[in-house]
Design a protein around this ligand. Structure first.
Ligand SMILES: [Zn+2]
Ligand SMILES: [Zn+2]
Length: 249
């Protein structure tokens, strides 16, 4: 489902940071405890945040138990910030999900990663050319959208974890405008938002300018997220000048 109105104004979108990791994610700084995240969000003028810890296949449904713990902590915090307790879930192959449907439906915000190719459990396509990876990513995203499991796709189309093609920009350059547009529209029709992921955009500005332009023209919903692993990355306003330049927004 969608959590805010449709807008392509980045100043508006910067009121919602919908991709933040806590210490439940191994890759997050140890300072990422809920009380301090909420304090940083207040200082950053955020109205809503989403906690999106990774689920690990070997601890398959741990994010559900973590939600209970985060809820307990949240009850003791006095704040006006709306806190969604979700997860960054994984579809690690076409139609493959690392979490159970019960876990998925217990979360406030279901953000699906579809391109964590650096993880050892991720299934790579047989055809390891840029087009092979494009078709693989499109098929994974398509199945996630149809599954009804996702509220948003995390850093969709991002290729930085693909090492088989040399420069990863050759992968995103191989997506056609029609492929991007058709999938974005399909997601919107299924109530799935498309992430504007700050580090992904910075790492592949040419592609993400295209992505934003196509989505804006098609009228889809974008959710902004900084993929914060450190407290100082919670405030989205610091990224706006650069994002506006890259996206032409
Ligand atoms: Zn991710
Ligand atoms: Zn993340």
């Amino acid at each position: 489902m969608f959590f805010h109105d449709k807008t392509y104004d980045l100043d508006e979108l910067a009121r919602y940071n919908l991709h933040i990791h806590t210490t439940f994610s191994r890759c997050a700084d140890r300072e990422m405890i809920l009380r301090d995240i909420v304090a940083a969000a207040e200082k950053a003028g955020l109205e809503m945040i989403a906690l999106t810890d990774h689920n690990y296949p070997e601890k398959k449904n741990a994010v559900a138990a973590q939600k209970t713990e985060l809820q307990r902590q949240l009850a003791g915090i006095d704040t006006k910030v709306k806190v969604l307790i979700g997860a960054e879930l994984s579809s690690y192959g076409i139609g493959r999900f690392a979490d159970d449907i019960e876990t998925d439906s217990s979360l406030d915000y279901r953000l699906y990663a579809t391109n964590h190719y650096h993880q050892d459990y991720w299934i790579h396509p047989e055809d390891k050319s840029p087009r092979g990876y494009c078709e693989n990513m499109l098929a994974i995203m398509d199945k996630v959208i149809e599954s009804g499991r996702a509220d948003c796709l995390a850093h969709p189309f991002m290729a930085k974890y693909i090492t088989a093609c040399g420069d990863f920009h050759s992968v995103t350059a191989a997506f056609t405008d029609n492929e991007i547009g058709d999938l974005l529209v399909k997601g919107y029709g299924h109530g799935v938002a498309w992430e504007l992921n700050v580090p992904a955009i910075m790492g592949d500005p040419v592609f993400f300018r295209r992505y934003f332009g196509i989505g804006k023209e098609a009228g889809v919903i974008f959710n902004l997220g900084s993929d914060a692993h450190k407290l100082r990355n919670i405030d989205l306003r610091q990224f706006l000048p650069e994002l506006k330049k890259i996206l032409g927004a």
